[in-house]
Design a protein around this ligand. Structure first.
Ligand code: NDP
Length: 254
């Protein structure tokens, strides 16, 4: 690595993580790109070389303790941490094995917290650092047949909100980003391709919108941000029965 600042992005091989990596590379960061698909990470690395970026590719499965430890080892000196890797999961209650639940929780929830617990104190010692946790609007609204996903996202949202308040005077900024529907590979990977048709176009945002909202959130030191004007307007009403009924009808998972 050069003497440029360093950003570590989990889930950098596609979607929101890839967008983050490209944006931060353009902004002058060297990149540590983490995911399972090496070939996609390598193609990202060669694409962002044009910005003078040095990229370290780290292949890791973050649904395992070994994978999470490799991120902790790589992240000890980073200036910007984007904890984004994830999958979505649609399954009726009882249809997910204990092992799958444990892996999902490590990937979306406890692994994210483990990385923060190890790295944020180091950032505090240096009195600088930015942390973005990509959560979901599922943290605010019930998602039948995706209860495990919604629960994991609630966990990291709650953790990140408290962490923001705890460290805000130390020079470290923590922002949790809670997107609604984003045009990425996420739903296709989960066998939910029908949502592209079912969910109306005006509810979809782009990965750039998520990056933009995260940067705005960090700049204002907000603990939680919701990208996209429609979602921001709807957020205060998400706890109402009517809003939840409309949301469930529009985004039905089966
Ligand atoms: P993508 O499927 O495009 O990207 C997911 C990324 O996570 C990929 O880089 C993938 O890389 C990585 N990943 C998945 N599983 C693992 C694993 N076990 N170990 C390491 N890396 C993994 O989807 P998005 O960009 O949409 O998803 C990013 C985040 O955004 C997720 O946390 C998701 O929950 C959240 N989000 C997305 C929404 C959407 O509508 N798209 C809405 C709300 C939240 P690889 O397969 O190479 O390992």
């Amino acid at each position: 690595m050069s003497n440029r600042k360093i950003a570590l992005i989990t889930g950098a091989s596609s979607g929101i993580g890839r967008e983050f990596a490209t944006f931060l590379a353009k902004s002058g960061y060297d990149i540590i790109a983490v995911a399972r698909r090496r070939e996609l990470l390598e193609s990202l690395a060669s694409e962002i070389q044009v910005f003078g970026t040095h990229t370290k590719v780290v292949v890791a499965d973050l649904s395992t303790g070994v994978g999470v430890k490799s991120v902790i080892d790589e992240a000890s000196n980073v200036d910007f941490l984007v904890l984004n890797a994830g999958i979505t999961r649609a399954a009726r209650v009882g249809a997910t094995s204990g092992d799958e639940i444990a892996r999902l929780n490590t990937l979306l929830a406890t692994g994210v917290v483990d990385v923060c617990e190890a790295i944020v104190p180091k950032m505090m010692q240096r009195k600088m650092g930015k942390v973005v946790i990509i959560s979901s609007i599922a943290a605010f609204t019930p998602m039948p047949k995706s209860a495990l996903y919604a629960a994991a996202k609630s966990y990291v949202t709650s953790y990140g909100r408290s962490l923001n308040l705890e460290v805000r005077k130390s020079g470290v900024q923590v922002c949790v980003v809670c997107p609604g529907y984003v045009r990425t590979e996420l739903h296709q990977q989960a066998g939910l391709t029908h949502l592209r048709e079912r969910v109306p176009n005006w509810l979809w945002i782009n990965p750039e919108d998520v990056v933009e909202a995260a940067l705005r959130g960090l700049h204002k030191n907000k603990s939680v941000v919701v990208p996209g004007a429609v979602y921001r307007l709807a957020r205060p009403f998400l706890s109402s029965t009517l809003a939840q009924w409309i949301w469930r009808r529009t985004t039905k998972r089966y």
